[in-house]
Design a protein around this ligand. Structure first.
Ligand SMILES: CC(C)=CCC/C(C)=C/CC/C(C)=C/CC/C(C)=C/CC/C(C)=C/CC/C(C)=C/CC/C(C)=C/COP(=O)(O)OP(=O)(O)O
Ligand SMILES: O=P(O)(O)OC[C@@H](O)CO
Ligand SMILES: [Mg+2]
Length: 228
């Protein structure tokens, strides 16, 4: 069965490069979140991804692999999200790596399971920004233009504003959402509890909670309840 991500309001992002106990994972998977995304910008390997998938697979929650390294593509997820970093200065992260991966896996890919995310990375100090050499000093009009490109030029299902590690500008998220019609707006970055979860959920379609899982599990779980 193909999972439908178009109604998700809250997702947790688990990093295969970080440790999580069975008890914490159990609470995350049973929290009522709409889905778990498995992904990270560094240290993601085939082995640590298989390990995390096999532990999440015991639960019913939909589970997505957000591919950041073609050596760590593991079959068996419900969906695969493929980031395309629209504001990357290094074109490798827009289409280069994707071309290499499709050369290798193209013949065996089930395209119905694959969703491309148009990413705009805005936190200059994040690993993702450094790796991709993201142009982070963008104006509101720049970001809106990327959103329109994602929707109308590229027909992408997801536009992802990534502030990984810091809480972003909610006015920018709101004004970007206004220019999107069908493409879903994902927001991630610095959600450190229910208050910010609510603020972000009012501005974006789907919010992503990552680091907080590893920093304060109780508050991470409260971000799910905050949206109910
Ligand atoms: C049968 C079978 C094997 C089927 C699989 C088929 C399949 C899914 C094929 C995929 C084909 C494909 C097109 C793959 C893409 C390959 C690839 C490497 C693309 C590049 C992705 C990319 C742009 C990565 C850059 C980094 C990035 C944007 C990562 C996204 C996640 C992110 C930002 C996480 C935040 O990370 P965190 O760890 O929290 O770090 P910081 O806060 O420090 O930034
Ligand atoms: O880790 P945080 O800052 O919550 O960010 C979530 C997600 O957008 C990371 O890709
Ligand atoms: Mg993280």
């Amino acid at each position: 069965m193909i999972v439908d991500s178009s109604k998700w309001k809250h997702v947790f992002k688990l990093d295969p490069d970080k440790e999580i106990s069975d008890e914490s994972l159990d609470r995350i998977c049973l929290s009522g979140t709409d889905a778990i995304i498995v992904g990270g910008s560094s240290g993601v390997t085939f082995d640590n991804t298989v390990d995390l998938l096999s532990r999440i697979r015991g639960y019913e929650v939909p589970c997505v692999l957000e591919v950041s390294d073609s050596e760590a593509i593991v079959p068996g997820f419900d969906l695969f999200f493929i980031p395309m970093v629209l504001n990357a200065e290094d074109p490798d992260w827009i289409l280069g790596r994707h071309h290499e991966a499709i050369k290798e896996y193209g013949a065996m890919m089930d395209w119905n399971e694959i969703l491309v995310e148009g990413y705009v990375i805005l936190h200059a100090d994040s690993t993702a920004a450094k790796i991709t050499r993201a142009r982070t000093g963008l104006s509101e009009r720049d970001v809106q233009a990327y959103a329109r490109m994602a929707e109308h030029l590229l027909h992408l299902p997801i536009f992802y504003i990534e502030y990984s590690g810091t809480f972003g500008d909610m006015d920018l998220i709101r004004s970007t959402k206004r220019v999107l019609e069908t493409t879903r707006l994902f927001y991630g970055g610095g959600i450190d509890g229910p208050e910010k979860a609510r603020m972000a959920a009012e501005a974006a379609d789907t919010i992503v909670v990552g680091n907080l899982i590893y920093e304060d599990l109780e508050r991470a779980l409260e971000t799910v309840q905050a949206l109910i």
